[in-house]
Design a protein around this ligand. Structure first.
Ligand SMILES: O=C(O)CCC(=O)C(=O)O
Length: 418
């Protein structure tokens, strides 16, 4: 308690939790004061009874249970501890988090060092690059606030908080493919500033270093609107090439629109896994069991606003669970050389659930024409080609696939592509 009071008396802003961490392996109870920055052990007791026995039977060895009480302390420097009492009365609530072993941290590159490195060598050796401080955090804010406005009006956020804080209304939790989720997703997808971020000059410069001057930015970036504590919406281990197809030499840039510490569920990467080709995945979900995935160590860590995680389309990666009380909002964009093969579904809306989506609808509210249909100005090489699509529309294994190929072909023709 002395130590806690010591922190209370210091000129700090702490946003975190005070909790009891129970370690399955050692059967210790450790009282921590945790903040977004770090966590301080306050008191450590070694026990073999009671809570620790309950924990040991409930959680895997070497994982951690964190019984936590989130709080905010502000203005401690003024010595006004009434804040502390009022948060205790108003905001205090408990929870339980089960956390696995911390993973090995990412190997990181600072944006200031980009010119002195060979990004291709870095990518070849690890299958990913985490570039710290690449984008000015201010450049992400307009998109974050637009998304905040949309998800607030959809009822996804708790009232009484700023939409920028993204505190989730747990009763509204949803995700792909829920129809309500798709409605909100579409509003986000149609935002001009969402597409513009994929064309940010700084991001383009890095992708030029990796891909060369003939850069194609895939026109359909993805926004991730991830509710907390929903196992069903966690994206498990997979390779993007499985879904994106085309040429394997394509890259994903993943970026949160706000700071994304471990509890908000940043991505994890299986180092050097891109060297093993397409790996065996569940045919239904496309997910690769972590136990059988080939590669080096799993790495992860916080990824802050402005940091960008770039990885190869064959690199195995997964989302960490969002165990916070707020939504994690991030976007992922894909890039490749436009002389390499491109899956035509990258540029048209041909999924059965996409029946109502079109570029015309996407662009309806845009102010500028600059980024509309930019890919039509490039000499794209479709794989499958239009001739192959015609054959696949007749000979693919299932009726669903045959009609999907027919839709893609039809859209390509309508758009005057290929
Ligand atoms: O953000 C997520 O939860 C998953 C992202 C992902 O798997 C990807 O960008 O390929």
């Amino acid at each position: 308690m002395d130590l806690l009071l010591h922190f209370l008396a210091r000129p700090v802003y702490i946003d975190g939790s005070i909790g009891v961490f129970l370690t399955g392996a050692s059967r210790q109870i450790c009282f921590h004061l945790a903040s977004g920055i770090c966590s301080f052990p306050i008191w450590l007791i070694d026990l073999s009874l009671g809570l620790s026995r309950f924990v040991a039977s409930d959680i895997p060895p070497r994982s951690r249970v964190n019984l936590y009480w989130p709080f905010e302390l502000r203005n401690c420097a003024r010595g006004d501890h009434s804040d502390w009492r009022s948060f205790a009365g108003k905001n205090l609530f408990g929870g339980v988090k089960v956390m696995g072993d911390p993973l090995k941290p990412f190997h990181e590159i600072d944006a200031a060092d980009l010119d002195s490195l060979s990004l291709r060598d870095e990518m070849d050796s690890r299958g990913y690059l985490l570039v710290r401080n690449l984008l000015p955090a201010d450049d992400l804010k307009p998109l974050l606030s637009e998304i905040g406005r949309i998800i607030h009006s959809a009822g996804w956020l708790l009232h009484g908080h700023s939409p920028l804080d993204r505190i989730a209304n747990a009763s509204a939790a949803c995700g792909d493919p829920d129809p309500l989720f798709k409605q909100v997703y579409e509003q986000v997808f149609n935002l001009e500033c969402f597409h513009a971020l994929a064309h940010h000059p700084t991001l383009r410069r890095v992708m030029n270093l990796l891909v060369g001057p003939d850069l194609l930015i895939h026109p359909k970036p993805i926004s991730r609107l991830i509710f907390p504590n929903c196992e069903r919406f966690i994206v498990h281990a997979h390779q993007d090439h499985q879904a994106i197809a085309g040429d394997a030499e394509s890259f994903t840039a993943w970026m949160p629109l706000h700071d994304c510490p471990a509890e908000l569920g940043p991505l994890q990467i299986l180092e050097a896994s891109h060297r093993f080709g397409l790996q065996r995945a569940d045919p239904e979900t496309g997910f690769i069991p972590k136990e059988t995935a080939h590669g080096g160590s799993w790495v992860s860590g916080r990824i802050d606003a402005g940091d960008v995680l770039i990885f190869h389309s064959l690199t195995v990666h997964a989302a960490s669970p969002n165990v916070s009380d707020r939504l994690r909002i991030s976007m992922d964009c894909r890039f490749q050389n436009y002389h390499r093969a491109l899956n035509p579904s990258t540029v048209v809306f041909a999924g059965s659930s996409d029946g109502t989506r079109s570029w015309e609808k996407t662009y309806a509210q845009w102010r500028s024409h600059e980024l509309k249909y930019f890919w039509k100005r490039m000499p794209l090489q479709f794989k499958p080609s239009k001739i192959e699509l015609t054959q696949l529309a007749q000979s693919a294994d299932s009726p669903e696939m045959r009609s999907r190929y027919a839709r893609i072909l039809n859209k390509l023709e309508l758009e005057g592509l290929g």
